[in-house]
Design a protein. Structure first.
Length: 260
């Protein structure tokens, strides 16, 4: 063996380039936007004033550049808490004290929520188990208060309809979120209704892993998601509305990230 990687635990090359994300020190800004969809990452990067780096490795797509005088990166991580775990841990190997802001999509759980509304997470119910390999099951996955406040102010300033509260992070899209009628019936078909009665605002697939890992390192992290599904009414966003809806979340995230 060539000995290219430091070890089986610290899997990076001599330049510090991380195995999964393909990035080395100096290639990522302190302020980092994350999203699941590579197409969303490309649309965010298109707003940058300048792009200095584009890197694709496995499912991770990263752009680093400048936006309104601030160095900024955006990474598409793919879907799920496991992908998020890899992204956060490897980014923390190449960036000192990164600031994370997730820009995602979600299902709204409360009857007063509309398709295209935004949800700013104050914390997330850990329905996934990726984070339990780091912390106790009762550990709270909470957003950093400065990030929440900055997102709320940005949403108000831009006049975007938004909700603020608890998110639930599921480890999957179908069974883990109680979706029925597809030939694979979930164990907990009334899960969305149960969560709604608890006051949970929305469901998605990454936030609690991000918040948990960020808290372990005392890092600033937050999340803003746009509602694509209204679970109480069982409706999903029309295809021709998706881009504009995502752009609303991107607008608020960019407005907020430069203030952090």
């Amino acid at each position: 063996m060539s000995g290219e990687f430091e070890s089986a635990e610290k899997v990076h090359d001599e330049a510090g380039r991380q195995y999964h994300i393909g990035l080395a020190p100096g290639e990522v800004a302190q302020r980092i936007l994350t999203c699941g969809d590579p197409a969303r990452a490309r649309r965010i990067a298109a707003r940058f004033d300048r792009i200095d780096l584009e890197r694709a490795n496995r499912e991770y797509l990263t752009f680093t550049g400048e936006y309104r005088g601030r160095a900024l990166s955006v990474m598409a991580t793919g879907m799920g808490p496991d992908n998020t775990e890899i992204a956060v841990i490897e980014l923390c190997q190449v960036v000192a004290e990164p600031i994370f802001l997730r820009v995602g999509t979600c299902g709204g759980l409360q009857p007063n929520m509309e398709i295209e509304d935004l949800v700013i997470s104050t914390g997330s119910l850990r329905l996934e188990n990726t984070s339990t390999f780091f912390v106790h099951e009762g550990f709270p996955a909470v957003a950093h208060y400065e990030v929440v406040a900055t997102l709320v102010e940005a949403a108000r300033r831009l006049g975007r309809r938004h909700h603020v509260g608890i998110t639930a992070t599921a480890p999957g899209f179908y069974g883990a979120q109680g979706r029925k009628g597809l030939g694979f019936e979930p164990r907990f078909p009334d899960l969305p209704d149960q969560l709604a009665r608890m006051g949970v605002k929305n469901m998605e697939m990454e936030t609690s892993a991000l918040f948990t890992l960020a808290a372990m390192r005392d890092l600033k992290a937050g999340a803003i998601c746009v509602i694509f599904a209204n679970r109480p009414r069982n409706v999903f966003i029309a295809g021709d509305r998706k881009t504009a809806a995502e752009d609303a979340a991107i607008d608020v995230a960019l407005e907020a990230i430069v203030e952090l």
